[in-house]
Design a protein around this ligand. Structure first.
Ligand code: SF4
Length: 306
């Protein structure tokens, strides 16, 4: 890692891996989620508003093939040549295996697609599903993206996640039987009741797993969520930008140095963001993280014993 970078960026990884600019195409393949359809609950995670899964989050998402075509055309017009099909909206392994195969197979039609990333809940994978997904790794780089959010079960109950940290650890153990699959964990900073200390503990557990990727983002309040209600009624206050930046830096210091940081902030459609307002300026957040790492002369993995 070049000392000026101080953490492993996804863009640098992709450039090296695919020899040029590579874009992840966010897709909505029409899945549901057991935490929304009544199997586990019909409430969803307290922060979840599917329409905020950009850019095809809403129920009226165009057919998958059209989403792919449109994303690739847009990318190509900006000089991007390689794409990763990112099944993002809802729980992208929550269907019978035959249906999953039909959906994932859509990518065969697009030679520009070099990778597959599947975002899912850790309690929604099993060996049969992983067998199917691992099959794609002969032709694609394949990432499993598991929502962890926190290793603290009390927090997971509080955000109505519908699974505990054990489910995440189990999913990682199962996935590690397929060395061709890369694993990325999603973690949220600023969850209700979570202090910097608790987040450092999450970083420590994630580091011990030596995952290939991590996505960090601040908990943000989106319209039509129970978190928005908590916010308006004074029960939840998002982190200030400086506090978020501080927590990101503390997290990175405890993370495995080889883990690729796929994301350090969040995106949300303008009109759906309730708070914090600072989230609207993504580049300012990233700049402040980089500035803080440099000012403190610190880096990803600083406190990890190798
Ligand atoms: S698991 Fe994902 S899709 Fe399901 S309710 Fe939570 S955030 Fe929404």
């Amino acid at each position: 890692m070049h000392p000026s970078v101080r953490y492993r960026t996804f863009s640098a990884y992709l450039k090296k891996r695919f020899g040029g600019p590579t874009r992840k195409l966010s897709l909505n393949a029409g899945f549901s989620c057991p935490n929304r359809d009544g199997k586990l609950s019909d409430q969803g995670c307290i922060f979840c508003e599917p329409s905020a899964f950009s850019p095809f989050g809403g129920p009226q998402a165009p057919p998958l093939i059209q989403q792919l075509r449109q994303g690739i055309e847009q990318g190509k017009s900006r000089g991007v040549r390689n794409f990763i099909a990112y099944f993002q909206a809802y729980t992208n392994t929550y269907a019978p295996v035959a249906r999953l195969k039909d959906i994932y197979d859509t990518i065969w039609a697009f030679p520009e697609i070099k990778g597959l990333a599947i975002g899912t809940r850790p309690d929604c994978v099993d060996q049969e599903i992983l067998d199917l997904i691992a099959g794609y790794s002969k032709n694609y780089e394949v990432w499993m993206e598991y929502g962890l959010q926190s290793v603290h079960d009390e927090t997971l109950v509080r955000i109505n996640r519908g699974h505990g940290s054990e489910a995440f650890l189990h999913a990682v153990t199962m996935t590690r039987k397929y060395p061709e699959l890369k694993i990325c964990a999603h973690v949220i900073l600023g969850l209700p009741g979570e202090s910097e200390v608790l987040e450092k503990e999450t970083a420590g557990i994630v580091a011990s797993l030596r995952l290939e990727g991590v996505k960090l983002h601040p908990l943000h309040v989106v319209t039509n969520t129970s978190l928005a209600r908590d916010y308006y009624e004074g029960r939840y206050q998002p982190l200030e930008r400086s506090e978020y930046v501080n927590r990101v830096v503390r997290f990175l210091e405890r993370l495995w140095p080889e883990t690729i940081i796929q994301r350090l902030t969040a995106e949300c459609p303008e009109q759906m963001l309730v708070a914090p307002d600072w989230l609207r300026d993504k580049s300012a957040v990233l700049r402040e993280i980089q500035d803080t790492l440099e000012r403190e002369d610190t880096w990803q993995g600083r406190y990890v014993k190798l």
